[in-house]
Design a protein around this ligand. Structure first.
Ligand code: SF4
Length: 396
C-alpha cells in the first residue's frame, strides 16, 4: 500500500548546472553560485549537479565554446569540434526537474546564439546538452537561474518540482514500478484536486477518467496515462482566475460546515485575491487555518494548501495588475457595485438556495451580481437572481 507522502516528506531530485551550486567549473575557473538554490531551495531537494563541458573532458580554465549556425559545438578559435562528445553524454536519470545555467552554449535553454562563418550571430535556440535533456522528457520542469528571479516563475517551478516528486513516489512506490494500485491512485488524485483545478481543469477531468478506469486496464498503462496528464496539467500556468476557481471550489466543499462569519471572511479574502488586492497566500492561509482544526479532513488533505515547504515563502507576491476597484468590503459598504444594484449586506446569509444544477451553482457560489440578470463576480456566468450571497452547496 502506497502511503501518501506530505510535501515535507518528499525530496525532489533536481538536476542542476554545477556552476550554479558554486562549483568552479566555468571556462575561466569560476562559478555562478545562485543563492536561491544553495541557501533557500537546497535544504529541501537532492541536487544532481552536472557540468557537461567538464564531462566531455574540457578542463578549467578552457577556451570558451560556442554553437555554430550548422548546430556544431566548437571552440571559439574553431580548432576543436565537441559536438559528437556532447551528444554522446548520458542524460540525467530520474529527476523531478532541472535548473540550467542561462546563456551557456551547453546548458542554456533559451536564446543561445548560433554563429555564422562571418562571426555574426543568427538563429537563437537552446544549448546543446539542455536541448537533449528537454527533448528526452518534454514534461520535465526546466528553468534557468535568470528566469527564477521572477517570483511567479520561481513559485511555478518549485510547485512542479514537488508535485513531480509526489507523483514519482506514487509510481515508484507501487508494487510494480509505474503501476499504481487503483486505491492509491484514487487517493492521490483526490488529494491533488484543488491543485490540478488551479492549473488545468480540463486535464484534471481527463485524469479523473483515467483514475475511474484504473481497475479495468493494465496498471502500467494507467500509470503512464496518469503521469502524462498530471505533469502536463502542472505545466499549465495557475492563473489568478483558475486559482480563484479552485478557492471557490474549496469554499463550496467546506462552506456548509463553517459558521456564517467565517464563510463571509473566506468569501471576502477569495474575492480580494481574485481582484488582485492580496496575494494567494492570504485566502490559502485562511483555508489552512480552518483545515488545522481537524474538522475538515478533505481540506486538510489537499496538497494545494502546502504544495511546497512553507519556509520557501513563495506565495507572497501580490499579483501585478493595476487595481481599478476598491476592496470588496468598501464597495459593498458604499453600494457602488453597479448603478441600480441590489446589494445584500455581507452579514446577510439568508440567501436563496443554490440549485446545484448549473456550473455556477455547482461551484457553490453565486455571490454578488450587480443587478437582476447581471454577471456573477464569482462564476463569470449570468446569475438568475438579484444580488445575493448564495448558500454554499452541499459538499461533494
Ligand atoms: S557547461 Fe554548464 S555547468 Fe558547466 S560551467 Fe558551463 S554552464 Fe556551468
Amino acid at each position: 500500500m502506497f502511503i501518501m507522502a506530505g510535501t515535507d516528506a518528499v525530496r525532489p531530485r533536481v538536476g542542476v548546472s554545477s556552476c550554479l551550486l558554486g562549483e568552479e567549473v566555468r571556462f575561466n575557473g569560476g562559478h555562478k553560485r545562485y543563492r536561491f538554490l544553495t541557501d533557500e531551495l537546497g535544504p529541501y531537494v537532492d541536487w544532481v549537479p552536472y557540468c557537461p563541458e567538464i564531462e566531455i573532458g574540457l578542463g578549467t580554465p578552457r577556451e570558451p565554446i560556442r554553437l555554430n549556425a550548422d548546430g556544431r559545438l566548437v571552440n571559439r578559435s574553431g580548432t576543436a569540434d565537441h559536438t559528437q562528445a556532447m551528444t554522446a553524454l548520458p542524460l540525467p536519470g530520474a529527476v523531478d526537474g532541472y535548473v540550467f545555467k542561462a546563456k551557456s552554449p551547453s546548458c542554456g535553454i533559451w536564446n543561445i546564439p548560433r554563429y555564422r562563418p562571418d562571426g555574426t550571430s543568427g538563429v537563437m535556440g537552446p544549448g546543446l546538452y539542455a536541448e537533449r535533456v528537454m527533448a528526452a522528457d518534454a514534461l520535465l520542469a526546466v528553468e534557468d537561474e535568470g528566469r527564477l528571479n521572477d517570483a511567479g516563475l520561481r513559485e511555478a517551478f518549485v510547485e512542479r518540482l514537488f508535485a513531480a516528486a509526489r507523483l514519482h513516489a506514487l509510481l515508484n512506490g507501487a508494487p510494480l514500478a509505474g503501476a499504481p494500485e487503483p486505491g492509491d491512485l484514487v487517493a492521490f488524485h483526490a488529494r491533488h484536486k484543488l491543485q490540478l483545478l488551479a492549473h488545468d481543469p480540463a486535464r484534471y477531468r481527463s485524469a479523473g477518467r483515467v483514475v475511474a478506469r484504473a481497475g479495468a486496464v493494465p496498471a502500467d498503462q494507467t500509470g503512464a496515462a496518469y503521469r502524462e496528464l498530471f505533469l502536463a496539467a502542472m505545466a499549465s500556468p495557475a492563473t489568478r482566475g483558475r486559482n480563484a476557481n479552485a478557492l471557490q471550489h474549496a469554499y463550496s466543499r467546506i462552506g456548509p460546515r463553517l459558521p456564517a462569519e467565517r464563510r463571509e471572511d473566506l468569501i471576502a479574502r477569495i474575492e480580494a485575491y481574485r481582484l488582485g488586492e492580496v496575494p494567494l497566500s492570504v485566502p490559502v492561509a485562511l483555508l489552512d487555518h480552518y483545515a488545522s482544526t481537524g474538522e475538515l479532513p478533505w481540506l486538510a488533505g489537499q496538497t494545494y494548501l502546502n504544495p511546497f515547504p512553507a519556509a520557501l515563502r513563495l506565495r507572497n507576491a501580490v499579483p501585478q495588475r493595476p487595481l481599478r476597484q476598491r476592496p470588496l468590503r468598501q464597495r459593498l459598504r458604499a453600494g457602488d457595485l453597479k448603478p441600480g444594484a441590489t446589494v445584500v449586506s455581507l452579514r446577510s446569509t439568508a440567501a436563496p438556495a443554490c440549485a446545484g444544477s448549473t456550473p455556477a451553482c455547482s461551484s457553490g457560489i453565486n455571490a454578488i451580481s450587480g443587478a437582476a440578470g447581471g454577471r456573477s463576480r464569482w462564476s463569470g456566468r449570468r446569475s438568475r437572481r438579484t444580488a445575493a450571497w448564495s448558500r454554499p452547496s452541499a459538499g461533494r
